[in-house]
Design a protein around this ligand. Sequence first.
Ligand code: ADP
Ligand code: MN
Ligand code: MN
Ligand code: MN
Ligand code: MN
Length: 341
Amino acid sequence: MTTIKAEYIWIDGTEPTAKLRSKTKILIGSAPTDVADLPIWGFDGSSTNQAEGHASDRVLKPVFSCPDPIRGGDDILVLCEVLNTDMTPHASNTRAALAEVAERFAAQEPIFGIEQEYTFFKGSRPLGFPEGGFPAAQGGYYCGVGSDEIFGRDVVEAHLENCLKAGLGISGINAEVMPGQWEFQVGPLAPLEVSDQLWVARWLLYRTAEDFDVSATLDPKPVKGDWNGAGAHTNFSTKAMREGYDAIITACEALGEGSKPMDHVKNYGAGIDDRLTGLHETAPWNEYSYGVSDRGASVRIPWQVEKDGKGYIEDRRPNANVDPYTVTRLLVETCCEALEK
Ligand code: ADP
Ligand code: MN
Ligand code: MN
Ligand code: MN
Ligand code: MN
């Protein structure tokens, strides 16, 4: 009898930023090809801030699976939603709410590309920061080359390879502005797809770095002071935006209306006011703006999009630690509602 190792991955209830958990289930025989045929499972919610000890069981419902590039062979990764024992979504389950909104606006064909920035740490210092001191100021590190500028490329290459082997929709990687800081992009993909795949890519990042004795963090401001924070720029379009400029402007305006700027920003990741200061290529967290080519605006319209008169917009506000289920839900709700009118 063959056996398969299925790594069941879920998002916990840690406050203010949820974190990934996983455990291994042995499946006897071959793995089902349809994720819906994978068995549900359970875990101790009292150990993940998702239950009290006296009623601790929570349910893992598989929603996305892919080949496990770390174990290889027929082994798989299985991303799950967390349910209560009556099969309703647990309070920490933000995917269920996105699924509803994505279905409601599916006809507008929203797609997303998310730029995930992150920082490697070795012990208590960012990788590349000398013990007890600071490296040369920012300037040469972004998309740099050479051992004086680049720290952790072996880990980054291994992570990229693992994401591709898993079949994730990774679209690129680059070294970032601070030493030890990097970025990968996922998409463009539909809201649920981009979010599921970003969570799995994050899991693979931590898991890959583990083997190099390095940790990765999505901390939005890993080093205080004159160093760039880490964001998750969220690029967004609908069919209408990919076909004409009016829809681009409608989306940018909708994001600035009434309570929308605050509704978004307060759900764009813990510690957002530390990162969106108005310095370091950010707009102040409490002032909404949009502009062509403007990396100091909340929302940027890429120059090529203005030139072509169609394309997508980049919401530059989300923190690296944002929940992709939430940022994609909010963008679809706000922009697709306005575009429907
Ligand atoms: P930046 O210049 O801001 O660093 P990146 O190249 O890192 O941009 O990321 C741009 C992202 O936008 C990519 O993930 C890409 O797939 C995505 N993207 C491109 N076209 C669209 C589109 N029409 N709708 C949504 N996302 C898109
Ligand atoms: Mn046990
Ligand atoms: Mn980028
Ligand atoms: Mn970047
Ligand atoms: Mn960007």
